[in-house]
Every structure is written in C-alpha cells, then in structure tokens.
Design a protein around this ligand. Sequence first.
Ligand SMILES: [Zn+2]
Length: 383
Amino acid sequence: MKQGVYLDDDDSQREIYKGLLSDENIDFSSTVIPSSMASLISDIAEISPDIVVMDYRLDGTRHPEWHNDFKAGGVAQVLRDKFVESPESDIPLVLLSTEANIQSLFVPDKTSHDLFDIWFLKNELHEDSPIGREIVLPKLAALVDGYELIKREVSGDDPAILAPGLLALEKEEYLELQPDGLKPVLLNSDGLPERAHVVARQIFQNVVKHSGILLDRDGLRARLGLTVESFERLCQSVSFEELRYEGVFSNGWERYWKHRYEQWEANSFDVLLGSLTGEKRALLLEEKFDVQCEPAVSRWSKSSSEYFSFACHVCRQPTEQRHSVAVFEPRLLPFMERRRVCYDCVETETEMRRMHIRVSETDEATVDAIRDERLPKPTEGEE
Ligand SMILES: [Zn+2]
C-alpha cells in the first residue's frame, strides 16, 4: 500500500478529502497539519509519502499559534528543493482545489503550476461529478508508479537505454521513432539524466498529454474519421490493443503509438486514410472489417466530406485542417504536433478562455473574422 499525504488547513475539509482520496492503492489516512512550514515539512519527511496532494489555500485558517502564511506553491517549492538533496524521495505533487484557485495559478507571472505534476478540482472527487473518483484516483496511482519507474531508470548508468525503458519499447522499435528529439526530455545538457520530477513533467506534458509520438483515443478516432459509436464498434473487431502504449503513466492515461497506427494503416489499406474524405474512409473501413461505420461530421461545415485529421484541442471532435486554427505553442519539440482548435470552438470562445488557449499569430485574423461573423458558420447543407 502506498502512502499519501493530503494538506488542507481546514479540519473538516481535510477529513473529507483524506477519505475521498484513499482507495486500495493509496492510503491518505495520516494527518499533517499545516501550522507552519517547518513543522509541515518535517512531518512529511517523517511519513516519507509516495505522493502529496494539497489544497491551494493553506493560509485560510487563523490560529494564534500557527505561522501558515503560505499557499500550495510555496510548499511545493520547498519540497522540490528538498528533493534535489535527496533525489530518492522525489514524489508527485498534486493540487486539489476549486476552479477559482486553480485559475489564479495560471496568471502569467506565476510559475508555480510548473511545480505540480497535475491538478484536479475538489468537486471532481464527488459522486455527482461526471469525472469522479474512479477517473481521478487511478491517475494518482499512475503518477506514483510512474515516479517509481523513472527513479529506477534514471539511477542506471547508461542514459542511452533510459528512453526505451521508460517508454516500454524494444530498442529497435525505439530507434524507429525520432530518438534525438526525445533526448532533451530525459537528459540535461551534460547528457546525464534529469531529476525525476523533471523527467516526469516532460514525459507527461510533451509525450503523454501532447499528440506526437502517442495518440489518445480521440486522436485515433479522428484519424479514422468516425462517430463515437462506429469507432467503439470498430474497436471490437480491430485489435487496437496491439497499438497500446505501456510505458510510464500508461495506467492512468490510455494512449496508442502513432508509428504502430501508421504501420497498421499501411498493412490494412492501399491508400492513406488521411487522403480520403470521412465518407470514403467509413466505406473502406466498413468493407474491410465488416463493421457498420458512420463517418464523423464536421462541427463547422456539418459535412462528412472533410479530411478529418486530428481531434480539436478543445471539444476533442474529429476536425479538418481547413476549418481550424493553430494554437500558440512556442516550445514545441520536433516530435510534437501543433494543437489546433476547430472554428466552432473559436466561435463559442468560453472553453478556449477557460483553458487559457492563445491562437498562433498567423491565425489571429481568422479568429477575428469568425467572432465578427465575417466568416459565418455555414448553415445545414451549405459548403
Ligand atoms: Zn472544437
């Protein structure tokens, strides 16, 4: 059983979330009271947990003997500094807070969200949430397992074998990828392995969460250009399991190798699916696998005669290049695909704002045209 610590200055909140966070993998029952930074850090050191989850506001409770003038970012900074001295105790740090507090972490001059591996909203752990504990808790367990694997691999002597070990690939298959592009994710400028939480963050942000080497389920469906129902039906006949990524964090995030998908595509068809419209792809898939296939429909043009190629970064629906804009992403590594947002989500705007998405400079004029209705949304049946 792994040990977790949950930090919250409010007694009743702490008890509630210690309970909601605990499951058969991680036990959050121990209590650390954030009465001062020094006592909190020494209590955590004593427990030596596998993961620390914290509320954003730790300074809300006033107590005459407490010196709790700090928030989660301050605690995370002190813990990360301590892990530099003892790399073996480097563990995932997770923020669990309210929407407003999480949003305040994204104010541009605050970098403290970089100190956390991931964040969740408190209400996502409640029964009435569409997300729920059964989605959140396996991700916490996957973070703990991922850190353990990373610590084991980075302590080895040969950085060259680091990547295949973490990604669970045979060396030959690993060399088919673009291993040079992956190097800065794993090694520092001296060619030595980075610290565990740096490797963890880079793999998580650049490889697992960002399409490029891996595809998520929505990305896979977009490449096939199918509706959700047809995609699920196809998955029963086609063994996409063989494309599954089994490396670090794979038990919390379902991903598929893009190069294996492309190999499957080449083995199955004489043409590239991407060169066909959604309609033609559906016919081809139906014929080949004898499964009823409905093509996806563009949210903008309402047509299936589109060349669907990726999942919109906001709504996750299959989207075509010509009705989408590029996201501003200055720090893309060579193997990462630039994220794109469909015209429909540009028009709606709310989710883009909430996700703090900036559009690439080259597409700013298109965004203005959509929002000023100079580029109106086609009505049904119109191109
Ligand atoms: Zn969208």
